[in-house]
Design a protein around this ligand. Structure first.
Ligand code: ADP
Ligand code: MG
Length: 292
């Protein structure tokens, strides 16, 4: 490609809200075979809401929510904000916490009023030596509805199943269809529950799902997808997306995402939605055609 055509191409991209931090990305985008998308904040709005809260027998719903929300006020995870907001709406007075600990990809723990409170994914409960099988039916139903099931334990006993749902951005299904029309595979990479991720993928028409991926596991998934589908573009917004953005042949950050994601990316989508990826790839193809 000539320098002039790249300048023209990147200029046109900027008009479409696609920022090329790397001029080479404009050329290599047309060779991409698979686009992998982060879920929370990329495909979805990244603002989950609490949808379900069911206490185990022997536990009161309001009291359990009060303890769980107290712990979650200490976490910055979007899930935590959903739970804290729900408790606030119910007018619950939240006690202070001690010994707060976040285990990335698993959940959070703290002491509240002398009681040990743990909140997180099923694998977090397993790690604590608890079984979540009493809630198996609820979890399957919630997952099938595209909601993310979580669990709470109090003093080492399973106390509740909680669900949050994060609305899909209205632009996402259209963007996935357009990527398919360009002949690309589309994959989803998430730390979320498998059933939930598969339900969401099905709704949007995504081809491949890597779920329950630990924060440092996204890079390995990017490498695996490259082996099966060739050049890979990864789209993400979070702190834990930065290594995968750097590993991908083209890293694409959502402009509304974290600074570290943007700094690790080759391309930034100012519009904040995945349709920008389609524009970027279409432009790459058009630019290269003009040059030849
Ligand atoms: P994602 O960004 O896809 O949600 P994370 O690695 O941040 O992935 O989290 C993976 C899973 O760990 C979450 O889906 C949730 O089940 C659990 N988790 C993480 N942080 C919290 C938290 N503060 N409260 C409850 N669960 C949490
Ligand atoms: Mg995200």
């Amino acid at each position: 490609a000539t320098p002039t055509s790249i300048i023209i191409g990147t200029g046109r991209a900027a008009e479409l809200g696609v920022l090329f931090r790397q001029g080479e990305a404009l050329q290599s985008l047309k060779e991409v075979g698979v686009v992998a998308l982060d879920k929370t904040g990329t495909l979805t709005q990244g603002r989950p809401e609490l949808t379900d809260f069911v206490a185990a027998s022997g536990f009161s719903e309001a009291e359990t929510l009060r303890l769980v929300a107290a712990v979650e006020t200490r976490s910055e995870h979007p899930i935590a904000q959903a739970i804290a907001a729900a408790a606030e709406r119910r007018g619950l007075d939240l006690p202070s916490t001690d010994s707060f600990e976040a285990v990335p990809g698993f959940g959070v723990s703290a002491m509240v009023e002398g009681r040990k409170v743990d909140v997180g994914a099923d694998r977090f409960m397993t790690k604590l030596g608890l079984t979540v099988s009493t809630f198996a039916d609820s979890a399957a139903r919630l997952g099938a509805e595209g909601k993310s099931p979580l669990y709470a334990a109090i003093d080492g006993k399973l106390a509740a199943i909680v669900a949050v749902a994060d609305p899909i951005k209205p632009s996402t299904p259209e963007a996935v269809a357009a990527l398919h029309a360009l002949g690309l595979k589309v994959a989803l990479i998430t730390g979320d529950n498998r059933k939930t991720a598969e339900a969401i993928a099905k709704r949007i028409g995504i081809d491949e799902v890597a779920a329950e991926v630990l924060p440092d596991g996204k890079v390995a998934v990017v490498k695996r997808l490259r082996q099966s589908h060739g050049k890979i573009a990864f789209v993400g917004d979070g702190i834990n997306d930065a290594p995968a953005l750097a590993e991908a042949d083209i890293g694409i950050a959502i402009g509304t995402g974290t600074d570290i994601a943007i700094e690790s990316a080759d391309v930034v989508l100012m519009s904040g939605d995945v349709r920008g990826v389609v524009n970027a790839i279409a432009l790459s193809k058009a630019t290269i055609r003009n040059i030849q």
